[in-house]
Design a protein around this ligand. Structure first.
Ligand SMILES: NC(=O)c1ccc[n+]([C@@H]2O[C@H](COP(=O)([O-])OP(=O)(O)OC[C@H]3O[C@@H](n4cnc5c(N)ncnc54)[C@H](OP(=O)(O)O)[C@@H]3O)[C@@H](O)[C@H]2O)c1
Length: 291
């Protein structure tokens, strides 16, 4: 891969995309372009070639991807509906895509056979990329540590997190580690047709995650278990949480509770040379969000 490639980062204002942008800039790996619907509010660094557009708008996407060699693709939609046009547009310009897929995708099942809706949409995008002439790498991360920012309002107001499925075990990932793997795949040879199953280095239940936040903040924080119905009502009343994602989220937790404990992978270290960060390290990086 040449050092003067142009890399288009979609989802550049999001958890992972923002890290991809800053790590690409730090690595001085070519020209960094970013797609956002709202450039003024995206807060992207001045060295970034910011392009305004919606992924579901083929004209805007075409303008953003023209002249790009490699694309970091994140999928912000709850269905795969726009994917045919998105992949078609990318393949006419770029030669390679690194797709932020999901650990919800189960190997050996067609998209329509996937159990979870997130698995269905991401598996379909993977399928379309594979059917194109693009070179590709898929990142299939486990649960993001950043999801625990959903508790920030509760923890700014008191010492308790109310939620359902507190015993669900998760191998939470720091967004910087997902981005570090993405940056390797975007800038180095040797990652073509690789599917990277990414996890953090430890398994913690939701209740243990709350205790870890408390240890970092120096407060006696507690998880208070709600029934699924009470948690559903609470999430639906939360304006910052999309209503359409409430049932898939709770279904996902129920599945994770019934499934074997997550298996830790060492893929972050294998690809980047550095072990995945702990959840405690993530909380230290985001402590101000909970205060
Ligand atoms: N959360 C998890 O535990 C988890 C686990 C595995 C996989 N994933 C996958 O990771 C992805 C989420 O990544 P993230 O947390 O980094 O994202 P995020 O923080 O939720 O940010 C969403 C990004 O999507 C962009 N966006 C939203 N709608 C858009 C549209 N119509 N066109 C163009 N851009 C749009 C937003 O950009 P602007 O507002 O600037 O346009 C923003 O940068 C999802 O595909 C999810 O399934 C998540």
């Amino acid at each position: 891969m040449t050092h003067n490639s142009t890399i288009l980062v979609t989802g550049a204002s999001g958890n992972v995309g923002r890290q991809v942008v800053s790590q690409l800039l730090a690595a001085r790996s070519g020209t960094v372009r970013a797609l956002t619907r709202t450039p003024a509010g995206a807060g992207l660094p001045s060295q970034v070639d910011v392009r305004q557009g919606d992924l579901s708008d083929p004209v805007a996407l075409e303008a953003a991807v023209a002249g790009a060699d490699v694309v970091f693709l994140m999928w912000p939609f709850h269905s795969a509906e726009p994917a045919v046009v998105v992949v078609d547009t990318i393949k006419h310009h770029a030669r390679r895509v690194v797709f932020l897929s999901s650990g919800a995708v189960q190997d050996g099942f067609l998209p329509e056979q996937q159990h979870h809706p997130v698995g269905r949409s991401h598996a379909r995008v993977e399928q379309l990329i594979e059917q194109s002439a693009l070179s590709w790498t898929y990142l299939r991360p486990s649960t993001f540590a950043a999801n625990t920012l959903w508790w920030a309002d509760q923890l700014r107001a008191g010492d308790v997190v109310h939620g359902a499925y507190g015993a669900v075990p998760m191998a939470l990932l720091h967004e910087a580690d997902i981005a570090a793997v993405a940056v390797r795949a975007l800038t180095e040879d040797g990652h073509d047709r690789a599917t990277y199953h990414l996890t953090g280095p430890e398994v913690l239940t939701q209740a243990e995650q709350v205790r870890t936040i408390g240890q970092v903040l120096g407060r006696p924080l507690q998880w208070v278990e709600l029934s699924r119905e009470a948690a559903r009502r609470r999430l639906l009343a939360d304006d910052s949480f999309p209503d359409t994602f409430v049932e898939p989220l709770l279904d996902g937790y129920a599945d994770m509770l019934a499934a074997p404990r997550p298996t830790i992978t060492h893929t972050v270290e294998a690809v980047t040379g550095t072990p995945a960060r702990t959840y405690r390290a993530w909380v230290c990086d985001h402590a101000a969000d909970f205060r």
